[in-house]
Design a protein around this ligand. Sequence first.
Ligand code: 4AD
Ligand code: MG
Length: 460
Amino acid sequence: MERTSVTTVLRAESPAESLCVKGWVRTLRTGKDIAFFALNDGSCFASLQVVVTPQLSNYEELIKIGTGACLCVEGTLVESPASGQRWEIHARAVEILGPTDADYPLQKKRHSLEFLRSIAHLRPRSNTFGAVFRMRSALSFAVHRFFQERGFMYVHTPIITANDCEGAGEMFRVSTLDAETPPRVDGKIDWTQDFFGEKTGLTVSGQLQGELFATAFSDIYTFGPTFRAENSNTSRHAAEFWMIEPEIAFADLADDCRLAEDFLRYLVTYALEHCGEDLSFFNERIESGLIEKLESLANARFETLTYSDAVSRLLASGESFQFPVQWGLDLQSEHERYLTEKVIGGPVFVTDYPAEIKAFYMRLNEDEKTVAAMDLLVPRVGEIIGGSQREERLEILIQRMKQVGIVPESLGWYLDIRRWGSCSHAGFGLGFERLLMYITGMENIRDVIPFPRTPGHARF
Ligand code: 4AD
Ligand code: MG
């Protein structure tokens, strides 16, 4: 008999004589001549109650089965007399597809997120991670839907690349050279003998190639994995994370901010409309007031502060921060959170940062000290989006590259789009895990990505 998913079963309009469900046992309760299984197949948060009685030939075996066992159940769907659930299945036959034993680490009790991280191969079967990963899937779809509805083209930018877009020196090396005895010239490793004939690494951002496509297709986006060998062990940084990077031609910083605002609002609204059951769980167990926060974001107008204003506000706050606040220094996450949580009390764009602390490709403002950059800050997470208007003026871009030590010829192809048919354009990157942290209330990035990669951790 064909399998019906638990989510379909639970949404049934009427009883059914015969159906088949498959899933994993969450709990077993036994009474006198009756037992109840909560069966979960991940298709939704809720489990389905399965009622078994001694009429089943393997009843004695079934009531000994533990949490985590995999079952195939055939039976009748009837209205449940129990409160909190509309339907239950009265089993006619239960096959044990995969037994389990007392060593199963996910026994029915509350586990800490730290412990669950150590069993990342099993944690998708827990309530919390079931909800997180369903949300991750739903929001991936919403990302594509947002851009596709607006006529943006999806482009796959390369994973292996020879350029460090952000210039922060955080690239993972990709090489097939013998690590023990690499070929050398003048004492230095001879990268020309490497697989690609030059030094390559894993991409930190698809932006530079995204820009090339925006100057052909006007509105594009990427959505893919990015890698940063950032040796910082924080709750908001991963070595491998997913980023969404739209790039729009004929656009300035204000257009960029508007797109970012529409995008975030769309994703939050999508979650509210399509992921209600999982959101209720997060609201109850992870962040109290979460749904209210999301609903208010869906209607909020995002504030904007220039970097200079932000620095003044921080200086005037009287707050004692761990890191110094001074015009010209980058904002640390304690400053970002203070701005969004205490000064504004909601999402805020910080714009026009000093050129020295930002990447080479950002457009120089008229003051020649700041660039047309923006970071979107949100409560609890801090920076969720970083973007900018790009420098479209060839001479200024070349000058800027030289200032930061990039040999212009090494990015000749990037300069070419300024040489031929240049136009103003802008874009941003949304860290997908930061978005998930914001929408689920989960406080550690390790808990919103299936198999996190952080310094010292690449298990699973
Ligand atoms: O601010 P970032 O470094 O900007 C860029 O990479 C630009 N090329 C984007 C663009 O304009 N197309 O990164 C963008 C976002 C950050 O705001 C943050 O949400 C996320 O990516 N991010 C990280 N997320 C998890 N772990 C890390 N190590 C991250 N680094 C950045
Ligand atoms: Mg940034």
